[in-house]
Write a protein that binds this ligand. Structure first.
Ligand code: SAM
Length: 283
């Protein structure tokens, strides 16, 4: 029988197992079930998926994921002090939960968890971007079979960079690489008061859904290199920011049919990817 509802309140769990939050681990816990339930709804149906939660902490979001009927939930937590709180949840749900203690940055989720996989996480802010970059690499290598979707809480400023539209101040390398591989959706925003302890900044939940194929067929390292160059001096015109590549900037821009007096941030994702593709073809 599912006895999740009989578990003690998270505040009690934190007190009993003495999980005083640590800044070094980016620990800002969600203790309000209505918030964690809402985040889980953005992840869609979970009944047929192996869900991965990175950084379950004392287990608030974990409980909501289990309650929503995740076929199986794999939690990966670095902080040993959370183990007893998580073990208490496992006692309630049995095989529906698998606890992995370790550093999620060192675990290849595609190896560790069987498909179909979804990631749902309130990420530690200090390493959230790095984790996303690792998962994008998995999507590049394995295609959409890597993950059905990733529903992730970031600090708002990072979420805005991921989903940014061209010509906005947030549009840059992270937007291009994310949107090249995934459709990116803005789900919700949370104020600092939603967390214990409150972080200094607002937070946002976004969902990335891997595309059937990347927007443009180009090697990732080439795209990263060209986009890094284009945005390195983002106020400069492309004909000067792209100088120093193996293909002369003017020639490359002509091949791609792009006006060299534009700045990188004025191009859309598809055009930037096509620029990289022309570079790859001409190299
Ligand atoms: N999911 C919980 C919640 O929403 O209340 C906790 C979220 S808290 C923002 C981030 C969690 O990630 C913490 O529990 C922290 O210990 C854990 N964490 C930090 N770095 C980690 C890493 N490299 N691998 C796995 N977990 C990590």
């Amino acid at each position: 029988m599912n006895t999740l509802s009989k578990l003690p309140a998270l505040e009690q769990v934190i007190q009993r197992f003495q999980i005083a939050t640590r800044k070094s681990l980016g620990q800002h816990f969600l203790l309000d079930t209505s918030i964690t339930d809402t985040i889980v709804r953005y992840a869609g149906l979970l009944e047929h998926s192996h869900v991965v939660e990175v950084g379950p902490g004392p287990g608030g979001l974990t409980r909501s994921l289990l309650k929503a009927g995740a076929k199986k939930l794999f939690v990966i937590e670095k902080d040993e002090r959370c183990l007893e709180a998580l073990a208490q949840i496992k006692e309630a749900v049995g095989d529906q939960l698998e606890i992995i203690m370790g550093d999620a940055l060192e675990i290849d989720l595609v190896q560790a968890v069987p498909a179909p996989r979804k990631i749902v996480a309130n990420l530690p802010y200090n390493v959230g971007t790095l984790m996303l970059l690792n998962w994008l690499e998995s999507i590049y290598i394995h295609g959409p079979q890597a993950f059905e979707s990733l529903t992730l809480m970031f600090q708002k400023e990072v979420a805005e960079r991921i989903i940014a539209e061209p010509s906005s101040k947030d549009f840059g390398r992270l937007s291009v690489i994310s949107q090249w591989l995934c459709e990116c959706r803005y789900d919700m925003e949370l104020p600092p008061t939603a967390f214990s302890p409150p972080p200094k900044v607002d937070s946002s939940v976004i969902t990335l859904t891997p595309r059937a194929k990347p927007l443009v067929d180009v090697r990732k390292e080439v795209l990263e290199m060209v986009v890094a160059k284009a945005f390195n001096q983002r106020r400069k015109m492309l004909r000067s920011s792209l100088k120093g590549l193996a293909v002369p900037a003017d020639e490359l821009l002509a091949l791609a049919g792009i006006d060299g007096s534009l700045r990188a941030e004025q191009l859309d994702v598809m055009t930037l990817c096509n620029l990289a593709r022309h570079y790859q073809d001409r190299m």
